[in-house]
Every structure is written in C-alpha cells, then in structure tokens.
Design a protein around this ligand. Structure first.
Ligand SMILES: O=C(O)c1ccccc1N[C@@H]1O[C@H](COP(=O)(O)O)[C@@H](O)[C@H]1O
Length: 465
C-alpha cells in the first residue's frame, strides 16, 4: 500500500538526516528553543464553531501536481487572512513534493499554529518539527504501534507541541485513545484505493469522547459538507485540495463557513490630513480621534481641519482617557463628535453625565484581563461596551489581541478592539460576532496609518458575507 511505500522512504530519509545531524544534537536544539505559545494548535481548535486547518500542498500521490505555481508563503498568508485556525504544511519531499523550508518559512510568517504534515516514523522528526517552528505533528495510527504513539505523544508534550493522531476506522480510534490522543483526525480518504467518503468521519465521531478534538480530513469541498460536520460535532476540517485550487482563499473559506453578519467598522487613531483620503475611500462607519496622550494624539484644531474633507456619512468618535468631564463635553460640542469613547477609569456617573450633556453615544472601553472585567460592566449605562486588551502600562493601542472566547458571556452588543489586523479580522468576527470592530495599530506601518492596509482589512470584512 502507498502508506507503507512512503513510510519506507521516510525511514531512509530520517537515517540520512541522522548522519548529517545526530539525534542527540536535534534533541538538544529542540529542548533548547523557546516555545512562546505551547499547545497553541489545540487551543486554536477549541472554538465554539467548526475551525479550518488549511493545507499548503504542491502535489499528492492521488492527484499528482496540484499547484504548478507554488507561492507557498502567499498561500499561507492568504489562509491566515481568510480565517484559518491553523495551517498544515506538507514536508514529505518525494510523494508530496513538500519541504522543511516551506514549514520553517511559513511558521515564521504567520501567527496561527502550523502542523507538520509528514509521515512520522521516528522521534527524530518530532524534534525537527519543533526546531522548524511547528505547533503540531501528525501521527498516523496505521504506521505506529500504540507504544510508539504514546512515546511520540509524550515527546511532543514535553516540547509543548500538539499531536494530530490520524485514524481511519474504529480499531485505530481505540488505538489513538489508548495512546492518550487529545486530537483525533479521521481521514475520509481510503489509502488503499484513494476513494473518499466524508461519511467515514461522520460515522466515527460517536466513537470519540466529546472532550477530544475531532478533525475530519480530506475530500471536504462544499458548504453542505461543512454543515454536516458541524451538525455532527466535528471541531475541525482539514482541507487541502479545495483551497489549493481556489484563487481567492477569503471567498472560498466564506463559501464553506457560511456568511456572517458584517459588523460596523471604525478606523481609529487617525491623525494626518492624508489619512482622510484613505478613510473616505473605504467608508468605514466611524473614524476615531485620540485626544489622550499617545503617538496618535490629536489637538482639537487638527480634528477641526480633518473633519472638513471627511465624508459626511462617517461618524466621528473622540477617544479620551481620564479626561476632565467638562473638557470632554466641550470637545463633543465644538467638534460635533458623534461618539465619546472612554478608555480610562471613568465611572458610571461620568458616563451618564457625558451622555446627557453631549447627546453623544458613549462607548466604555473595558480592558479585559479575565471574565470578571466583563461582568463588572455588563449593566453599564454606556451605549456600547468596547472590549480591548488589558495592559498594565497602556490605556489602549497595545496592538495585541486577547482571548475572544471570554466574550461568549457578553449579553449585549459590543465593539471588539485590540490588535485587529488583516491577519485575524476574519477569525475575530466569526468567533466573537461583535456589533462593531475598532481597528487601529493593525492598519499602520512605521507608526502611521497605511492606506493599503486599511483597504485590505475593509475588503476582507466586506467579503465575509
Ligand atoms: O491608540 C492609542 O494610542 C490609544 C491611546 C489611548 C487610549 C486608546 C487608544 N486606542 C484604542 O485602543 C484600542 C485598541 O487599539 P489597537 O488595535 O490594539 O492598536 C482601540 O479601541 C483604539 O481606539
């Protein structure tokens, strides 16, 4: 069978590698590296809805060459922008024309975790995967004994990387579970004859406990396929060919995932006249002017100037941090602001007074450390809560995102902020379903707004429906 052929070649490859660099050396290197985000792969797959693992694959034994032109870094970046939870990269060189170079460069270029898709037959490959920057390795039940699965999983655990343990039938699922699998992937492709049947994973879902992440692999092509997987509590879909053959990854993932409600958009921290042209071009719902001390800080006279060419359909928000209430009220009137965004330690009394005396909508920024920060503000008089990343030193504009799953407890419409960029906006919108998104440092280059990035993020958002 093909699997045995590939495994035999892989064993030879690994032995050659060991001659170039000893097992001791790779081990030392793997344990010596800093894993900033242990087990990110499995965390990324624990969303409340189905997640996508999109594959970067040049060829396969069943399909031959899939991508003549193979700009692997662009493909990976496009997957990330489309909202993939993780990326799978083929590194097997002979049958899939994969390469470790692809994995290393992709892992460095994206923020989402990367699976090393190879035929693991030796622990050596797990150390290699860690060194290359992988967040997960593939262990195939048909190639490994239960003892090997356990040993390899333990090594991966020590390195902080996850194992996707692949099974094809009931017996292999039992084996994966006996090995302590936390993620099981069921291949819909029968490697004996390459036939594909998505029912294979659907039928086997019930054999896997609910707390084990279940991935359906291969042959997933349509929104109907995804809907069936979703209905059968499948947490992830690993998709290669369908995405590789699609020129527009954002469009393809949207087609498979299904449409979402498009949130209101706000571009914040606008401080230069030339930024107004870029803003008018893409027509967000709001523009934000930061009056608080910040590298994005603006004066009232600058805002006055910028509002002249600003499209009348775009509402203006003023962002304040612990400002004297009278000064906020004054700015709201003199600059005809529509929204007051409060990022400091303002109280409910401040919110109520500002609302009453300005007639503006008041958005209260809540910097989220844990769920108690959210609970404290659920009944606020603010028109909207704006959830942002907590920082001990900055009131906002950190450029970092936070754990959006904390927002599942919010029972009112909200704005989502904190490190939103083209890389994560699709995932953020699908996962958090915000009323609006506030985009700031994610559309900057060298500290100033970047018209190309503004255009790109707005285009991604609008294509999610
Ligand atoms: O951007 C700033 O400099 C800033 C300063 C003080 C308060 C708020 C600020 N910006 C707001 O911060 C969030 C998140 O921004 P980012 O995407 O992480 O850069 C956003 O609401 C901005 O309006």
């Amino acid at each position: 069978m093909i699997l045995e052929k590939i495994a035999a070649k892989t064993r030879i490859r690994v032995e050659e590698r060991k001659r170039q660099k000893s097992l001791e050396k790779v081990k030392k290197e793997a344990y010596g590296r800093k894993n900033k985000n242990p087990f990110l792969f499995e965390k990324a797959l624990r969303g409340k809805d189905i997640s996508f693992i999109c594959e970067v694959k040049k060829a396969s034994p069943s399909k031959g060459i899939i991508a003549e032109d193979f700009p692997y870094l662009d493909i990976a970046r496009d997957y990330e922008k489309a909202g993939a939870a993780a990326i799978s990269v083929l590194t097997e060189p002979e049958f899939f024309l994969g390469s470790d170079v692809y994995l290393r460069e992709i892992a460095a270029a994206v923020d989402i975790p990367v699976l090393r898709k190879d035929f693991t037959v030796d622990e050596y490959q797990i150390y290699e995967a860690a060194i290359l920057g992988a967040g997960a390795v593939l262990l195939i039940c048909a190639l490994l004994s239960t003892e090997q699965l356990i040993r390899f999983r333990q090594i991966a655990d020590e390195l902080g990387i996850s194992c996707l343990i692949e099974a094809h039938d009931d017996a292999e699922i039992k084996k994966a579970l006996a090995a302590g699998a936390r993620i099981i992937g069921v291949n819909n492709r029968d490697l004996r004859d390459f036939s594909v049947d998505i029912n294979n994973s659907i039928n086997l879902r019930k054999e896997v406990p609910a707390d084990v992440i279940f991935i359906s692999e291969s042959g997933i092509k349509t929104a109907e396929n995804i809907e069936r997987l979703r209905k059968n509590n499948v947490q992830g879909a690993l998709i290669g060919e369908t995405f590789m053959r699609s020129a527009d990854k954002v469009k393809e993932l949207t087609k498979l995932y299904g449409p979402v409600r498009i949130p209101r958009t706000k571009i914040c921290g606008v401080s230069r006249m030339e930024d107004i042209d870029a803003i008018n071009m893409v027509q967000p719902d709001y523009i934000g002017f930061i009056f608080a001390p910040s590298r994005r800080q603006v004066t009232s006279s600058r805002v006055h100037e910028m509002k002249v060419p600003l499209s009348s359909s775009i509402d203006a928000a003023g962002v304040f941090v612990n400002e004297v209430t009278a000064a906020i009220i004054n700015a709201a009137h003199s600059l005809a602001l529509d929204v007051i965004q409060l990022h400091g330690d303002e109280t409910e009394e401040d919110i109520i007074r500002i609302k009453k005396e300005t007639g503006c909508a008041v958005w209260k920024a809540v910097r989220v450390k844990d769920s108690s920060d959210i609970d404290k503000w659920q009944n606020s008089a603010a028109d909207l809560l704006l959830f942002d990343t907590f920082s001990g030193t900055e009131a906002g504009g950190t450029g970092h995102s936070f754990d959006w799953s904390l927002l599942e407890r919010v029972d009112r419409p909200f704005m989502l902020a904190g490190g939103l960029s083209s890389k994560n906006i699709a995932r953020a919108i699908r996962q958090a379903a915000p009323w609006g998104v506030d985009i700031n440092s994610g559309v900057e280059t060298d500290g100033v707004k970047d018209a190309v990035k503004i255009k790109e993020i707005m285009s991604i958002i609008r294509r999610l429906k």
